[in-house]
Design a binder for this molecule. Structure first.
Ligand code: SF4
Length: 663
């Protein structure tokens, strides 16, 4: 007897159910079955023929399954959604080639937009029998899992004014109590100035200013409140009303007790963000908002901000020829799945794209078409990035022309849209100099302003403001006039003691006399990156990561070969560790060496554009190309907060500048 596909699926489902009975025992499973579970109604609501077509309508909307927010088209039959598909008019669902907006609706039905599986299943959210549709109040001890439905009015009243758990007699405070415990930064500064002894404040300020007298105490305290830690006897002098409202009077920077209120955001999209901020900052007076991305991927955006001074820099997946996909799985965790990764999947299947996969997990569906699969020890991805960077330095497989541009004008002449600070000089010794670990400013040498940095100009072999040079040295070990200089960066607390002896205490650079008569030692930003990755050999880095060094070498050489048409993209895998942000920065440093930023086939802005970007740790971006579809970007960065009473914040996490449209 032949078995149809439907029979097969039904039998498989029954077989699966049988396994469930065996595994869980009958009583637990019966409880589950007895619960509100029933077949999802919409599955039966689909018309089998078109006789009832007048009952059917098509609704266009937006999927909030993830922050990509793809356009959707829902087919609704007799008031129930029975199918959700991509909106072919939407950029996100159409390989970036949407139907023209004047395409007649009937014509558009011949085209189906793309959606990921999660998006296609969003009707399940709507009809999920477990979906919570009314407020639930705890009806027992915490953890007992007992809840009862209450009205919205009761919810609002008890959340604001406090309430009682009737079943246990437990009294719970309302948010109003926290709002009453708000104290402004100005009030705290005034109290400190009035009540803390001037002797203590002067001693404290001396340590910050290194002996320079403070002229405006109020301003100084406002700017440095985060560094103020009062001894117990000084904190005791603060008025009772102030002490009562501070989390810790000995550490005023922790702010008011209203900061105990935390709002955890999910899809903080249009309208919700403003409401939550107004409520949290303006009404309660708390600074603590925890965004969705703060939990699941903040280190990635932090790493990208280190590298590019902005997050959401991703691959031009339509034109890239070589992609290193790092630490996430297509259709599971790379995001945005539809706008970007459907194209990736399609091109990879066509054999049109060379892919190296770096992930400890081997997942057949993902790895099958990959050209190489590297499986690092979890948390050691940074070592692979260092190995790749080292190999690129060794083979000179980096984009020298791009990196040598010290400013935007020079970059533009080279057909670039961004420039890097690879050539900008950094003070690496002595440690006690105020400019230590900072970029050397042209004003320190008297050759430019405070907003200009210093480079070693290639044409004249002289120090110039970065704005005045067409091309500058990027590696001091390539400059004949460079000398061995002390490098004090690898001393002290930043060093892994087990590897301390591997870091060189010297580097190649220059001794520079500043306008104020002091002497500093400087080298280029790129030289510092090179010094760091040369701490280990490629084999050494491979050993740390637990991978084959040949894979690192081959990947680095291929990246150099494809250059601006290659992209290194990562997601949560390498970054959800304590070293995550630095790992992301190292990964994006590979992109920087490739000089692929803003190029067709390279790394582009996934959301937002047109913003002047400030100096990043390694890459300075003054203009941007790429996909511009995020109006929210401008809205969130330019949001006026003037109406908000809370003026000081001790945030658990700082939000990225563009919480934008990718989660
Ligand atoms: S990628 Fe998937 S889940 Fe995210 S918005 Fe698009 S369809 Fe929805």
């Amino acid at each position: 007897m032949s078995t149809t596909r439907r029979d097969f699926l039904r039998n498989a489902a029954l077989a699966g159910t049988g396994v469930g009975f065996l595994a869980f025992g009958s009583s637990a499973l019966k409880d589950i079955i007895k619960g509100p579970f029933k077949p999802i109604p919409y599955a039966n609501a689909a018309p089998l023929n078109m006789q009832d077509a007048e009952k059917m309508k098509v609704v266009h909307s937006l999927c909030l399954g993830c922050n990509a927010r793809c356009g959707i088209r829902a087919r609704v039959y007799d008031g129930m959604v029975y199918k959700v598909e991509g909106n072919p008019y939407c950029m996100s669902n159409s390989f970036w080639e949407p139907l023209p907006m004047d395409t007649p609706l009937e014509e558009s039905f011949k085209h189906s937009g793309k959606m990921c599986l999660k998006g296609q299943s969003i009707a399940h959210y709507t009809y999920d029998p477990y979906r919570i549709t009314v407020p639930l109040k705890r009806a027992g001890k915490r953890g007992e899992g007992k809840f009862k439905p209450i009205s919205w009015e009761q919810l609002i009243n008890e959340v604001v004014n406090g309430g009682i758990i009737e079943e246990t007699g437990e009294k719970l405070p309302g948010l109003k109590m926290y709002a009453d415990l708000y104290i402004s930064k100005e009030e705290v500064v005034d109290a400190v100035l009035k009540h803390v002894s001037r002797e203590f404040l002067e001693k404290w300020a001396n340590a910050i200013t290194k002996g320079k007298p403070v002229e405006d105490w109020k301003k100084f305290l406002e700017e440095n409140i985060y560094k103020l830690w009062l001894p117990k006897e000084e904190a005791e002098k603060l008025p009772e009303d102030v002490k009562k409202r501070l989390i810790d009077p000995e550490m005023p920077a922790l702010g008011p007790k209203s900061n105990f209120c935390l709002v955890v955001g999910g899809r903080v999209t249009e309208g919700r963000g403003e409401f939550l901020e107004r409520f949290l900052y303006g009404t309660i007076g708390s600074a603590n908002f925890l965004g969705h991305a703060d939990v699941c991927q903040w280190p990635k955006w932090a790493g990208q901000i280190f590298a590019f001074d902005r997050p959401h820099v991703g691959p031009d997946i339509k034109s890239a020829q070589y992609v290193v996909a790092w630490g996430a799985q297509i259709a599971e965790s790379f995001n945005p799945a539809v706008p970007v990764w459907s194209i990736f999947h399609y091109r990879r299947g066509e054999g049109d794209l060379k892919v190296v996969w770096i992930d400890p997990r081997a997942h057949n569906g993902v790895v099958a078409f990959s050209h190489r699969h590297i499986m690092p020890k979890p948390g050691e991805d940074g070592a692979i990035a260092c190995g790749i960077l080292r190999r690129m330095f060794e083979t000179k497989g980096f984009d020298r022309r791009f990196l040598e541009n010290p400013n935007l004008e020079a970059a533009k002449k080279d057909g670039e849209v961004v420039f890097s600070n690879a050539s900008h000089l950094v003070v690496v010794a002595p440690q006690n100099h105020p400019s230590y670990r900072k970029l050397l400013r042209a004003s320190d040498l008297g050759i430019g302003s405070e907003n200009e940095y210093v480079v070693l100009d290639k044409a004249t072999n002289t120090l110039k403001a970065h704005t005045q040079s067409e091309s500058a040295y990027i590696l001091m070990d390539e400059y004949q006039g460079a000398v061995e200089i002390p490098n004090e960066l690898y001393q002290g607390e930043d060093i892994d003691p087990k590897r301390a002896d591997k870091y060189s205490k010297t580097t190649k650079g220059l001794q520079v006399k500043l306008k104020d008569g002091s002497t500093v030692y400087v080298t280029t930003a790129l030289q510092l990156l090179k010094d760091f990755v040369f701490v280990e050999t490629v084999e050494g880095w491979a050993k740390i990561a637990g991978v084959n060094p040949k894979d690192i070498i081959a990947t680095a050489d291929e990246l150099s070969f494809y250059g601006k048409k290659a992209c290194v993209v990562s997601y949560r895998g390498p970054v959800m560790h304590t070293n995550g942000s630095i790992t992301q920065w190292l990964i994006d440093s590979i992109n920087m060496l490739l000089g692929n930023i803003g190029h067709k086939g390279g790394m582009i802005w996934q959301v937002g554009t047109g913003e002047k970007i400030r100096v990043g740790m390694t890459l300075v971006v003054e203009e941007s190309l790429g996909v511009s579809n995020c109006t929210e970007h401008k809205r969130t960065t330019k949001k006026p907060l003037s109406t908000i009473k809370q003026k000081w914040r001790v945030k658990i996490h700082t939000q990225p500048k563009c919480p934008g449209s990718s989660s």
